[in-house]
Design a protein around this ligand. Structure first.
Ligand SMILES: NC(=O)C1=CN([C@@H]2O[C@H](COP(=O)(O)OP(=O)(O)OC[C@H]3O[C@@H](n4cnc5c(N)ncnc54)[C@H](OP(=O)(O)O)[C@@H]3O)[C@@H](O)[C@H]2O)C=CC1
Length: 253
């Protein structure tokens, strides 16, 4: 495992460090930027192989693979003026920031790889989309739950758009709970029941022998309650509205 640097130690930086360093296997050496000081200090106390650097240049200098995990709008302040030698590999996890843009900011010939890590990499449970495919970066994400390299940046943006649907899913579950509460059910009971229902869905999803359409069909009785809600609520108009929202996000990425 290479020496790994992380510039931007927030939510996703913390998830990466946890995923890399928790567990019994040997951890890589990890070098953190000083900003996000509390999180960086906490991680360096928890893991022997993690150190906080004096500045972002030191992170680059000590690492073979450098992960850029600041918010997109902070990239100029965090990165402009850094010297990144051509033999480094830079992993760009900033949503909506293309590799051409990052190359311009960093003014480097180093290899740049985009990636979409999700918070569940902390438990090594989510697949990370990467572009372009790179053996070292793909191996890094394999360790964190899996790597899914894609052929071009257009495909990368399609996957990036899909990740934008996560909080809608949680809000949908919250809306179901609120509906039940509005019909006189105690909030705790509604919450517990909805969570249980959809944890079952999560478990069913791990059965990859059945397509998503097949899973839907298998859970539906002809003319039954599920079919009724699917066809009266998730109708053609609703489905088209979802497609338009996804297209709109894809266009703006
Ligand atoms: N959260 C997610 O699920 C995902 C996030 N991403 C991408 O990852 C990136 C980070 O997201 P997230 O972790 O949620 O954001 P956070 O706001 O949690 O973390 C960003 C971190 O960057 C630090 N930072 C700001 N300026 C600098 C600087 N000049 N030098 C070094 N560090 C700096 C901040 O420090 P301070 O607290 O001191 O301001 C903060 O700790 C974003 O670009 C986002 O698009 C990608 C996939 C998923």
């Amino acid at each position: 495992m290479k020496r790994i640097g992380i510039i931007g130690v927030g939510e996703i930086g913390r998830a990466m460090v946890t995923g890399l360093c928790d567990g019994d296997e040997a951890s890589p050496e990890v070098f953190l930027s000083p900003r996000g000081a509390r999180t960086a200090a906490e991680l360096s106390e928890r893991y022997e192989s993690v150190r906080v650097c004096a500045g972002n240049q030191e992170v680059v200098d000590r690492s073979e693979v450098v992960i850029i995990a600041v918010r997109g709008q902070d990239r100029h302040e965090a990165l402009a003026g850094l010297k990144v030698d051509a033999d480094k590999t830079v992993v760009n996890v900033m949503s909506g920031v293309a590799n051409d843009d990052l190359r311009h900011v960093l003014a480097t010939d180093a290899t740049l790889v985009r990636a979409i890590p999700l918070p569940s990499i902390r438990e090594r449970r989510s697949v990370t989309v990467t572009f372009p495919s790179h053996p070292v970066v793909d191996a890094l994400f394999e360790r964190l739950g899996g790597a899914q390299p894609v052929a071009d940046e257009a495909a990368f943006n399609v996957f990036s758009t899909l990740t934008g649907t996560l909080t809608t899913h949680y809000s949908y579950l919250a809306a179901l709970t609120s509906w039940a509460v509005g019909r006189g059910i105690a909030s705790d009971d509604a919450d517990r029941y909805v969570r249980g229902l959809f944890q079952g869905v999560g478990r069913a999803l791990s059965d990859e022998t059945r397509s998503l359409h097949q899973l839907a069909a298998d859970h539906e009785t002809p003319n039954g309650n599920n079919e009724r809600i699917r066809t009266t609520w998730f109708d053609a108009a609703n489905s088209e509205a979802l497609g338009r929202a996804l297209d709109g996000l894809l266009t703006d990425l």
